[in-house]
Design a protein around this ligand. Structure first.
Ligand SMILES: NC(=O)c1ccc[n+]([C@@H]2O[C@H](COP(=O)([O-])OP(=O)(O)OC[C@H]3O[C@@H](n4cnc5c(N)ncnc54)[C@H](OP(=O)(O)O)[C@@H]3O)[C@@H](O)[C@H]2O)c1
Length: 514
């Protein structure tokens, strides 16, 4: 059934999630969260704990229920037991809610599954008071997404049953494997759901410190004036992981770092870093500016890919004091795999603000530590009135936004070394998020689940954003289909292959050591 009736989704969002003062008011309305793939890892490790935290924090309505859907045959009791077990110390609020949870066993496109689901949702409305509001959450592997969305449309579960209710669809990542498959998924989903109903997850955006990039830039007078090509020499964005692929080798073989991290997390962080100030800090304002920013990212030609993009794969080495095997020795990975576990690339942002400023992006597994940061290096002073001996320890000014872990901001500048001689060296002024605020940082899934229930799409990815992000990486994917393209190897526990160092050295720059 194609979407037709106007619903509250069509109305522009009035919420201003980043505005101060609304925090305590953010509570979910009555609703049923229908989780497809509810027997899986995401539900167990992320969704259940996040929902429990929301319940303990009184952010969920007492009229809330989860309806799990999956092929695994489970009774309601077994499903409830799993939802309790997924949380180490369940609060009384969670225990009370779980008693109303239901489970529907069946195939993801089978008619009887959705007929039964409709009955169960009606029963939940009557028993728990979920009021006809539904958030459908696709937590299955991605090849099932389109089928579930289609089945929901076919069975009329895509539209509110009456005026004033809402029906939304949350879609997990990855959203497509490339531009063509992302567009095909959009077409399939849009047959049943209007874009305003669709909430595409990139859990990076749920992280407090990613949102803090917006606060830092747009709530302060001192940074924005220098946030441009006149003052910034270049920008480095690093998303480093110390872990390997663990037991997910089979999955990773079909993904790789470009799809898994660059197309979504790295480009999202880039968009927040380069976007223009939005006129209003609401969903439309922010998402419009992010799309504009992504559209300004220069899409490389095939020739540029060969010189501006490095793909790497880890070999055996030592990480955090532990000896680890190479990627090709991981379970589920072929001995001659060419899947990249590392990507470094230079991109340019062709607009008035950033023309000529290189952005160096890198991500990798089995790097020395887990860290995500944006480092903005500033141009040198026009004239340094000290000799080279006095300034031996002086580096360029830099502003580093640490997104994880040890969330914070560091400003590097030159200071005189105490003593008789006049020597200047770089020092860092460090702001640690954890030390400045007593409030606990909610987990990304807590934030995003609540947003989906409240109806705030700001931190979800709109169709045009996903499309543009795929366009940026498409030429890289095209070039890499050729087996002759080099695959640089790097030792586990190093900061990546030599080729990545050369990418910057050729421009007279170096990677920062986070
Ligand atoms: N796990 C995470 O930490 C994480 C993080 C970020 C994003 N995600 C995304 O979240 C989604 C779910 O991830 P997950 O780790 O929970 O996956 P999962 O455990 O592999 O799968 C979830 C459930 O989907 C069903 N399923 C598995 N393979 C299927 C197949 N080939 N066809 C149909 N159904 C299948 C299974 O339930 P039944 O057999 O009962 O049907 C399974 O319990 C994925 O899109 C993933 O990319 C996961």
């Amino acid at each position: 059934m194609a979407p037709s009736t106007p619903s509250p989704e069509a109305a522009p969002e009035a919420v201003n999630p980043l505005a101060e003062g609304l925090e305590s008011d953010r509570r979910a309305p009555p609703c049923a969260l229908v989780v497809y793939g509810a027997s899986g890892d995401l539900t167990h490790r992320k969704l259940a704990p996040a929902l429990e935290a929301l319940a303990a924090d009184r952010r969920l309505s007492p009229n809330f229920a989860v309806v799990g859907v999956g092929r695994t045959p489970l009774s309601d009791e077994e499903f409830r037991a799993r939802m309790l077990e997924a949380v180490s110390k369940p609060s009384a609020a969670w225990e009370a809610l779980v008693g109303g949870f239901r489970y529907v066993a069946g195939g993801y496109t089978d008619g009887p599954t959705f007929e039964r689901l409709r009955e169960v949702l009606d029963e939940v409305d009557a028993a728990v008071g979920t009021d006809g509001n539904r958030v459908h959450y696709l937590a299955t592997p991605p090849d099932v997404f389109a089928g579930v969305a289609g089945a929901l449309g076919e069975h009329g579960l895509n539209e509110p049953g009456r005026q004033g209710c809402f029906v939304r669809l949350v879609v997990e990542k990855p959203y497509g494997r490339d531009l063509a498959s992302a567009l095909a998924l959009d077409d399939a989903i849009h047959e049943s759901f209007r874009e305003e109903q669709v909430y595409r997850i990139d859990h990076y955006l749920g992280k407090e410190t990613v949102q803090n990039v917006l606060a830092l830039r747009f709530a302060n007078a001192i940074f924005e004036p220098i946030w441009n090509r006149r003052y910034v020499d270049h920008v480095q964005i690093t998303v480093a992981e110390s872990l390997g692929v663990g037991h997910r080798g089979g999955f990773y073989e079909t993904a790789g770092a470009l799809r898994d991290i660059v197309q979504n997390h790295v480009l999202q962080v880039l968009a927040l870093t380069v976007m223009e100030p939005p006129a209003t800090v609401d969903a439309k304002g922010i998402r419009d500016e992010k799309v504009k920013a992504l559209r300004a990212v220069d899409i490389p030609t095939h020739d540029e890919v060969t010189i501006d993009v490095v793909r790497g794969q880890y070999e055996a080495g030592w990480v955090e004091g532990e000896e680890v095997g190479g990627y090709r020795q991981e379970k589920g990975v072929g001995p001659d795999s060419r899947t990249e576990t590392y990507v470094a690339m230079r991109v340019d942002v062709d607009n008035w603000r950033w023309a000529g400023v290189p952005f160096y992006l890198r991500t990798g597994k089995r790097l020395p530590k887990r860290v995500t940061e944006v480092s903005m290096e500033f141009r040198d002073v026009p004239h340094l009135p000290f000799g080279s001996k006095e300034t031996r320890g002086l580096g360029p000014n830099a502003l580093v936004l640490r997104i994880q872990p040890d969330e914070g901001i560091a400003l590097r500048f030159g200071a005189k070394v105490p003593g008789q001689a006049f020597r200047v060296r770089s020092v860092a002024m460090d702001f640690a998020y954890g030390a400045a605020f007593l409030e606990e940082t909610p987990d990304a899934y807590e934030r995003l689940l609540l947003d989906a229930m409240v109806g705030d799409p700001t931190l979800f990815i709109r169709a045009d954003e996903v499309e543009q992000a795929w366009k940026v990486v498409a030429p890289v994917q095209e070039v890499w289909t050729d087996d002759a393209t080099p695959l640089a190897r790097y030792r586990a526990g190093s900061w990546g292959p030599r080729e990545a160092d050369r990418l910057l050295e050729r421009d007279g720059r170096r990677w920062r050591s986070p």
